[in-house]
Design a protein around this ligand. Structure first.
Ligand code: 8YV
Length: 323
């Protein structure tokens, strides 16, 4: 039986490529490479695409006139112009659920590491300061304090569940109140930021959430407050956050995502009150195996005319609330 042809964009671990090659004839498109590197005849045939790159815009869709499905590797699909896909009848799917716990683990790990200065404390030991200068300076408490989750989707809820186990008071901001075990709901991020110690951003990226954590919210969080971001760099006014971290108007930040990653604003590297991570919240072997399996299953289901394993966009379907 002939295998369906797909376009595979971005780079994947061997286990994913082995899986793709078992079921499909794969044509590779390197991250950032223009579609003009593919022949016209090939572009005219491609109906399915496994997507793991930084942009899929209307022009690229038009360069693939037979395209019917884009299976995105990742829960966040903000790199894909979904409205343009809808207009062209192209389905877009993502990888919800399989990474929520993993991302929540890193968010909590970053929060604790930054509040207790675990990284600097290790340097205190390895650089011999413990023996020379004595005990490491006292740090801020984590348990029992107030956490505000910006966006109570699947990942936000897992973060809140974990922080509740640290006996924290949980607040969350979202357009409408959700069913929760008594957590406090806010519609206004700045209003919530003024009431909490830790602001954890768990929004989906994209134009709707661009800069939702604005200067007012950052300054309301204040000199003792901390921002944790595991969503997208775009959700925070990054310039305002850097200025507030420099001036002390914001206490600290623990960040896994950045506006121009992996090329960070160089001012981040000079700050002492930040913990910087390389967008690795979902990056465990087990979760990446689960994430990689979904686009393959999705494309296979689509080529076999079966229901897609995750809904995504399109008539009668809707992305699950992702972040
Ligand atoms: C991955 C992510 O880093 O799922 C997402 O939206 O940001 C991460 O899990 C990314 O998808 C890898 O390309």
């Amino acid at each position: 039986m002939t295998k369906p042809e797909i376009l595979v964009s971005g780079s994947y671990p061997d286990w994913d490529m082995d899986g793709f090659r078992k079921d499909f004839t794969c044509h590779m498109l390197e991250e950032g490479a223009p579609l003009s590197t593919l022949s016209d005849a090939l572009r005219a045939r491609i109906a399915g695409m496994a997507f793991k790159s930084h942009a899929m815009d209307p022009e690229m869709m038009d360069a693939l006139p037979a395209l019917k499905i884009i299976a995105n590797y990742g829960v966040g699909y903000d790199a894909i112009d979904v409205a343009a896909a809808d207009a062209r009848g192209i389905a877009v799917t993502n990888t919800p659920d399989v990474l929520s716990d993993e991302v929540a683990d890193l968010a909590v790990g970053m929060l604790i590491a930054q509040a207790r200065r675990i990284v600097e404390a290790e340097a205190w030991v390895t650089e011999g300061l413990w023996a020379k200068q004595g005990a490491f300076p006292l740090q801020a408490r984590v348990w029992g304090r107030k956490a505000g989750i910006v966006g109570l989707g699947r990942i936000g809820r897992e973060i809140a569940n974990r922080l509740a186990a640290f006996k924290m008071e949980i607040s969350y901001s979202s357009r409408s109140a959700k069913e929760t075990p008594g957590w406090r709901h806010y519609t206004d991020v700045a209003a919530m930021a003024g009431e909490v110690d830790f602001l954890i951003v768990a929004l989906a990226g994209g134009p709707e959430t661009q800069g939702i954590v604005d200067r007012a919210a950052i300054e309301a969080l204040g000199p003792e407050g901390m921002i944790v971001n595991i969503s997208r760099g775009s959700t925070i006014d990054e310039g305002a956050m850097i200025e507030a971290l420099q001036s002390g108007k914001l206490g600290s930040a623990a960040l896994d995502v950045f506006e121009n990653e992996p090329n960070l604003d160089p001012r981040f590297l000079k700050l002492k009150n930040v913990l910087l991570q390389p967008h690795q919240a979902s990056a465990t072997v087990a979760t990446r195996v689960a994430m990689g399996a979904l686009p393959r299953a999705t494309l296979m289901a689509w080529f076999n005319g079966q229901p897609l394993p995750t809904p995504g966009n399109g008539p009668g379907r809707a992305f699950p609330e992702t972040a």
